[in-house]
Each structure stands twice: as structure tokens, then as C-alpha cells.
Design a protein around this ligand. Structure first.
Ligand code: G
Ligand code: G
Ligand code: MN
Ligand code: NA
Length: 249
């Protein structure tokens, strides 16, 4: 079976699950939310997540997969709520999903179906997608934010978002690409600039790919708001997240 075909059936065959990577406040180390990352259980050939997402984008099955991710994230938010309170979940959104005319309505109807507080759902869109589809994205993101959904720019700093675009984009958070966190001297200057710019624009900042205590220390000093990366935890199952990061009321 070709991967492309296998992906077409994978949702209905229940072959995916979500892992969650925690995101902590740099101020007090508390959990502020997590990012949902898809995993394929029965993939016919070993293929990376990046690899099968790309194939799903090309073949169009990313639409069904994206809806599944959103529904599963919403169900997870709901199932955590009684015991642990509102835990925000961020999901990654592909260009193909955003291009669908029905995208905004679909997100809103899923939120309604699971009775989820929109403030607990965050959508991550890469800088490259945002800039390529500026007008379409702009309109969709504006509507989603009007309904209380949080929007982040993923892999920020790797695209070519101009300052004038950035100040107009309807977003809440910049997720600083991990290449700026793991790099050495030159990226420190860039990181300082990104954090200062985000502050001036009223945006929150998340550092991605935090792997060492040293990186964590200077990110706190630089005033980055949230930290995510292997130092805190790799993406883990919901059960593992519960036992390591969630506390009952
Ligand atoms: O978890 P990690 O290696 O394994 O993810 C690899 C890439 O796949 C990342 O760029 C990540 O954003 C993307 N990715 C992971 N889960 C999803 C998803 O549910 N939807 C989309 N569109 N991309 C995802
Ligand atoms: O593109 P996006 O930021 O959505 O991709 C998330 C990807 O980054 C996932 O594959 C996740 O496993 C990976 N990731 C998360 N934290 C770290 C880290 O500290 N170091 C590295 N190298 N990758 C990370
Ligand atoms: Mn992401
Ligand atoms: Na990213």
C-alpha cells in the first residue's frame, strides 16, 4: 500500500494519536499549556512526521487529518477540565487547511460540538505560510481571534515577515524558531531583538527547542515569556503529561 493511500484511510482506521509537549512560564515554571503533535501508529514504512505531513498536504488528506487533530485536541481539553482545570492546547495548522474556505466555520463548529472554551485552543501557523497566504490568512485569523481563539506564528524568524506585516497580523504569540535558541553568539542578538519587538507589539514569546539549563537561564534573563523543549520534556502521551505536569485541584 502506498503511503499516500494508507494516509487516506488512517483517520477512519484510528491509526493516529496525539503527543503533547509541555510549555512552561519562564517566570514561575508553571505549566501554561502544551503543543499537540501527531503520531502515526501503523505507518506502513518508517517515515518521519514531517515526511507524512508533507505527503498528506500534497494529496489533500491533511484536511481530514487536520480535522481529526482539532477534534482530538478539543476532546482532550474537555477531558482534562474537571480534574485539572483549563489546560490550553496548541495545534499545528497546514497551509492547505487555512486555504479551505470553510476552515473558520469548521474550527468554530468543532469548538461548539465539544463545548470548549475558545481561549483554551491555540492555532500555530508558520511564518512562511502566513506570508505566502497573507490576505486569506489575515481574514481567517481575524475571525478566529474575534471568537477568542489564540493564534501563534510558528518557527518565527525563519521566514521573511516584514515589520510592517508583523504589526498588522492578527496574532497573539511568536514562537521563536529553535535555530535561534540552539545557535551561538549571533543568534543571541537576534533573539534579543525579537523579544524587544514582540514586547513593543504586545505579543507573547515562546522559545522553542530549549535543550540546556544555560539556554533556559538566558531566555529567562532576556524576558522570553514561555519555554518549550527537550530540557522540560519531549512530546509525551496524555497519560504521561498528567502524571508529570498536571495537578488536581
Ligand atoms: O513532533 P515533531 O517532530 O515530530 O513534528 C515534526 C513536524 O510536523 C513539525 O514541523 C510539526 O509542526 C509538524 N506537525 C506535527 N503534528 C502536526 C499536526 O497535527 N499538523 C500539522 N499540520 N503539522 C504537524
Ligand atoms: O515546527 P514545530 O515547532 O511545530 O515542530 C515541533 C517539533 O520540534 C517536534 O518535532 C518536536 O519533537 C521538536 N522539538 C521539540 N522540542 C525540541 C528540542 O528541544 N530540540 C529539538 N531538536 N527538537 C525539538
Ligand atoms: Mn509547532
Ligand atoms: Na516551530
Amino acid at each position: 500500500l502506498k503511503i499516500e493511500q494508507a494516509l487516506n484511510y488512517a483517520v477512519e482506521r484510528n491509526e493516529f494519536h496525539l503527543n503533547f509537549q509541555p510549555k512552561l512560564s519562564s517566570q514561575n515554571g508553571q505549566l501554561v499549556g502544551c503543543e499537540a503533535l501527531i503520531r502515526w501508529n501503523n505507518n506502513p514504512e518508517p517515515i518521519s512526521v514531517e515526511g507524512f505531513i508533507k505527503i498528506a498536504e500534497e494529496s489533500g488528506s491533511i484536511i481530514a487529518i487536520g480535522d481529526w487533530v482539532l477534534e482530538t485536541a478539543c476532546r482532550q481539553i474537555k477531558s482534562w477540565e474537571p480534574e485539572y482545570g483549563g489546560i490550553p492546547i496548541a495545534v499545528n495548522v497546514s497551509a492547505r487547511q487555512l486555504q479551505e474556505e470553510t476552515y473558520v466555520d469548521r474550527v468554530l463548529s468543532i469548538i461548539k460540538k465539544y463545548d470548549v472554551n475558545p481561549k483554551l485552543l491555540e492555532l500555530e501557523i508558520t511564518e512562511t505560510v502566513l506570508m505566502k497566504e497573507f490576505d486569506e490568512s489575515f481574514f481567517a485569523l481575524k475571525q478566529l481571534r474575534k471568537h477568542g481563539i489564540t493564534v501563534s506564528i510558528d518557527d518565527f524568524g525563519t521566514g521573511y515577515c516584514s515589520l510592517s506585516y508583523l504589526s498588522r497580523l492578527p496574532v497573539d504569540t511568536l514562537k521563536i524558531d529553535r535555530s535561534f535558541i540552539s545557535g551561538d553568539q549571533p543568534s543571541i542578538a537576534v533573539l534579543e531583538m525579537i523579544v524587544a519587538m514582540a514586547k513593543a507589539l504586545g505579543l507573547k514569546t515562546v522559545a522553542e527547542g530549549v535543550e540546556t539549563q544555560e539556554q533556559k537561564d538566558w531566555l529567562i534573563r532576556e524576558g522570553c515569556d514561555f519555554l518549550q523543549g527537550y530540557l522540560i520534556s519531549k512530546p509525551i502521551t496524555s497519560e504521561e503529561l498528567e502524571s508529570r505536569f498536571l495537578y488536581e485541584f
